[in-house]
Design a protein around this ligand. Structure first.
Ligand code: 4NP
Length: 155
């Protein structure tokens, strides 16, 4: 059975599409399924923000075929690990958890690494440099997560 990982932000057009694309590039797709979703439904059906598509492309990743969807309670059944980009996303996901098992699946993405801060900031209202910074943070965290999943798979 595949390990299933869900990346969650607010809009599912800036940060979590990057997290989906970056983690996918670091794992074996036969063993790990990665998806992303947003806690808000503003952009359902839309591709990622052009600035996220551009920064991913700059680093050799194509995330342009992703489409925005909203997080739902059913995701607790589907996924083994749910990573929130910031504290607000984290609280929103926890608020829809139904039991201890649901709660145990959720963590902040940056808890996977020790960068000195715990949130991936929302780059939506900023400039292009915000997207590069966010890419680097997510890339570092996804490296640690990919390694952990690979090690778990060997147990
Ligand atoms: P994201 O960024 O949560 O990283 O996808 C945002 C995208 C859109 C909005 C907010 C955050 N918005 O308000 O439309």
């Amino acid at each position: 059975m595949k390990t299933k990982v869900l990346m969650v932000c607010l809009g599912n057009i800036c940060r979590s599409p990057l997290a989906e694309g970056i983690l996918k590039s670091k794992v074996d797709s036969d063993k790990v399924w990665v998806d992303s979703a947003g806690t808000a439904g503003y952009h359902v059906g839309s591709p990622p923000d052009p600035r996220s598509i551009a920064v991913a492309r700059k680093h050799g990743l194509d995330i342009s075929s992703q489409r925005c969807r909203k997080f739902s309670t059913a995701d607790f059944e589907e996924f083994d690990y749910i990573y929130a980009m910031d504290q607000s996303n984290y609280s929103d996901i926890l608020a829809s958890a139904r039991n201890e098992s649901d709660l145990a699946k959720v963590s902040l993405l940056l808890e996977a690494v020790d960068l000195g801060y715990s949130e991936v900031p929302d780059p939506y209202y900023g400039g292009n440099d915000g997207f590069e910074k966010v890419f680097q943070m997510i890339d570092t965290a996804c490296g640690a997560i990919a390694k952990r999943i690979e090690e778990d798979g060997r147990n």
